[in-house]
Write a protein that binds this ligand. Structure first.
Ligand code: ATP
Length: 763
């Protein structure tokens, strides 16, 4: 594994000429990857180059290999596709093509090559690397290179960053572009939902994924589709047709007016015959008599700007790739940069390619169990969850009577994307198991004042998965602020046997109060789980809270627009004020993904010296003409970064110091940051969290400490931590913050990539 990102400037002897290329199908985020590679290479004292048009440019050489400068990649975070071009190149699959590529790289003086592409491109890179010694030997023997060059270029230093919308590469949990593509699919299905509902139609939606059902599975889960067909889990033609018809009929009989079936491009039956959208449509028409349409999403899935996650992933992978090529010795296997359990990692490229190919081979040999095992563990968990929520017959739940429980769910705190998805998944999953789900409306104040408990009816929640806000209502009132005795009374009255709280820091405090009150109120001696949901990401016990991703995406869109406006006027700086309480998480990531010149956060405060340095740097760029080019400058500031230096004051100081060369304005997105429609990440994580929480309640044996827990994500694993432990040891109560801040590396990278100089003595 790579450790923390080490970003020291390297010594002269390590200076390299590092080339980057994008190859295979384009994927949103590739430009962010190239930007990060170019800029971190420059930061490290190396010379970056871009190979245009993928392997084709490598084979052609000459002008296709160009040195890149800092400003060449300005504004690239926002752009979709790949600006250095990509191609599918036949010549490179043959040795003569690779021989030319080898010569062109040596002629351009390239020491290291970073390839951003899918499994095909990385296979090509691996072939190239393994053949390299014989290629340079051939060039030497033919007199095409000098002995000196031959000696100098003994090894090809190569590194892969995985850009592919299919998310089909082994050894990484996510590929650059996959979540953007998922976002496009979910939006499309949300649109289709409305028309399907209006006409009571069925839609068969075909999505990309030749050997990988990730897009189909995740979009099916995020949009509560009725059925999905993916290559990893095929059944016989009769089985899938019967199962699909049974599930669709069941959903229709419960009152659902629309039917959505998501089909992966590579869907197959277990005898390997392809299942086409037309096959699916015919079954829905002939057996169920549904008015059915096919929508093939096609290239829309590749389109547009990258989502926040992909910008972050591509940027961090780019920085790590430069680090990796600088650290590689002739003996180190070529690395591929991936993300495993929320951490950027290096894996041997050849091994990752081999594993990926073995999935396709497993499917071809009908070893579907193996294909499934080769996907990461979250894949099978999501599939299990999807099946549990959708295929279950709620009239015949699968738990024995004595194990069925009455489980309540409540939202506490400010709204956050994914709250509704969690409620939806909790209720649907409960019904499939035989539990009785209850929703408590309008938080603890609603319960105490209006006895706002409702049992859930399947049809009334059916589209909640994709709704923003909180359908059951949420507020910041703590149990102690109403009447904890009255709350206990209602828990007793409804005989709740489990409670799920979905919310932020107030939910955390509420859970602590309920746990404390167990001494006096037996009604609270039931398993209670908190699902963190807050855009501030300040809940102890988790690295991720529902709503953060939705918030970052809406902030990213906002910043892109403001930046464009700043760029258009040529002479303007915006100070963007973001929320997050005393947590600088959102501000930090917003800077990283929108290319802000700086972010000011509560953990650091704002020193006048740093502000002066930042203003000087702005003056420099406007004076040099850079600021008046199409760059658009943003400073991101957490609303709580400083009591004195408010957003207005900072804008005024900048204006004062600008000597009339440029203008400064404030931009305050405010509640827009809650994000509207939840992102695909928050929808699917909401479901994952909720189902885990129900399972916890099912299996918990009551004890006073260990059954009041926070369900958190650490890396990508879900884990339960007792509230007592978190509250007593891992919380800064006054600041309403977790004690450890894990985003300092990100702050450093965000600064480096915009060339910000930071005061060293700040903590
Ligand atoms: P996507 O996942 O979007 O399809 P990809 O990288 O898998 O992207 P491919 O078309 O499979 O896309 O591969 C891109 C290019 O990589 C090919 O056009 C070819 O030039 C090169 N390539 C692929 N496989 C090999 C190989 N076995 N040997 C040499 N070059 C290869």
């Amino acid at each position: 594994d790579s450790s923390v990102l080490k970003l020291d400037i390297i010594s002269k002897s390590q200076k390299r000429n590092i080339a980057v290329m994008t190859s295979g199908g384009d994927a949103p985020g590739m430009n962010a990857n190239v930007r990060a590679i170019v800029r971190s290479a420059i930061f490290r004292g190396c010379k970056p180059f871009a190979v245009y048009e993928g392997y084709s440019g490598l084979v052609k050489g000459g002008d296709y290999i160009k040195e890149m400068h800092w400003e060449d990649v300005r504004g690239w975070l926002v752009e979709g596709g790949t600006l250095i071009g990509t191609a599918r190149c036949k010549e490179f699959t043959q040795r003569p093509g690779r021989l030319s590529a080898c010569k062109n790289l040596i002629d351009a003086g390239i020491d290291a090559l970073i390839v951003c592409g899918g499994d095909g491109s990385l296979t090509g890179a691996d072939v190239f690397r393994s053949e390299w010694p014989s290629l340079i030997k051939e060039l030497l023997d033919n007199g095409q290179i000098t002995r000196e060059k031959y000696e100098k270029h003994q090894h090809l230093n190569i590194c892969g960053t995985v850009g592919s919308i299919d998310n089909d590469m082994c050894s990484t949990n996510a590929t650059i572009g996959a979540y953007s593509s998922l976002d496009r699919i979910c939006r499309a299905i949300d649109y289709i939902d409305a028309t399907a509902n209006s006409h009571s139609r069925a839609f068969v939606v075909e999505v990309m994924g030749r050997h990988c059902g990730w897009l189909a599975l995740m979009s099916g889960l995020a949009t509560s589709a009725d059925y999905i067909l993916i290559p990893e889990k095929p059944s016989s033609s009769k089985e899938w047709q019967d199962q699909m018809c049974e599930i669709v009929s069941k959903h229709r009989s419960r009152g659902r007016r629309k039917t959505i079936v998501v089909v992966a491009e590579g869907a197959i039956a277990n005898d390997l015959t392809p299942i086409t959208s037309k096959d699916v449509k015919d079954v829905l028409v002939n057996r169920l008599g549904l008015d059915t349409r096919i929508t093939t999403l096609g290239h829309v899935q590749r389109g547009g700007t990258a989502v926040a996650y992909d910008r972050m992933l591509a940027t961090l992978q780019g920085v790590e790739a430069v680090q990796a090529v600088l650290e590689c010795t002739p003996d180190t296997p070529s690395p591929m940069i991936g993300i495993k359990e929320n951490k950027i990692v290096r894996r041997p490229l050849a091994e990752a390619v081999k594993l990926t190919k073995s999935v396709a081979a497993a499917i071809d040999s009908r070893n579907f169990k193996k294909a499934m095992e080769l996907r990461d563990s979250a894949f099978s968990e999501h599939l299990k969850n999807f099946m549990a929520m959708n295929s279950a017959d709620h009239n015949k739940p699968n738990l024995p009577l004595e194990k069925r429980k009455k489980i309540a769910i409540i939202n506490v705190g400010a709204p956050a994307g994914g709250m509704n998805s969690a409620v939806y998944a909790m209720a649907t999953y409960c019904m499939s198991r035989g539990h009785i789900p209850y929703t408590i409306h309008n938080g603890f104040s609603g319960l105490a004042r209006h006895e706002s408990v409702r049992s859930v009816d399947w049809i009334s929640i059916e589209n909640w998965n994709s709704l923003g806000g909180s359908e059951i209502g949420t507020n910041r009132t703590l149990p102690s602020e109403v009447d904890i005795g009255l709350i206990a009374y209602y828990f007793q009255k409804y005989q709740f046997e489990g409670l799920i709280l979905v919310g932020g820091f107030e939910a955390f405090l509420s859970l602590e109060q309920l746990q404390n009150a167990r001494v006096s109120f037996p009604a609270f001696r039931i398993p209670m789980v908190l699902i963190p949901a807050t855009i501030s990401n300040n809940v102890p016990g988790t690295e991720y809270s529902l709503g953060c991703d939705t918030c970052l995406n809406s902030l990213m869109d906002y910043c892109d627009i403001v930046k464009q406006s700043a760029a258009a006027t040529r002479d303007r700086v915006f100070v963007v004020e973001v929320q997050g309480g005393n947590s600088g998480y959102i501000a930090t990531f917003a800077q990283l993904i929108s290319g802000g010149q700086a972010s000011y956060v509560p953990e650091e405060g704002i020193s006048l010296k740093q502000l002066e340095m930042d203003i000087n740097s702005l003056r420099g760029s406007f004076a040099s003409g850079e600021g008046t080019s199409k760059s658009g400058k943003l400073l991101i500031k957490s609303s709580n970064a400083s009591e004195v230096l408010t957003t207005e004051v900072i804008a005024d100081i900048i204006l004062e110091e600008a000597d009339g060369r440029f203008d400064a304005r404030t931009a305050i997105p405010g509640h827009v940051q809650q994000g509207g429609i939840p992102s695909a990440i928050d929808r699917t994580r909401g479901a994952r969290f909720a189902i885990k929480a129900v399972e916890f309640i099912e299996n918990a044996n009551y004890d006073v400490e260990h059954t009041a827990v926070v369900l958190g994500i650490e890396r990508s694993h879900l884990k339960f931590t007792p509230i007592r432990k978190l509250y007593d040891y891992e919380t800064r109560l006054k600041k309403r913050m977790r004690k450890d801040v894990f985003w300092n590396d990100i702050r450093e990278i965000a600064d480096i990539l915009v060339g910000r100089t930071k005061l060293k003595d700040q903590s």
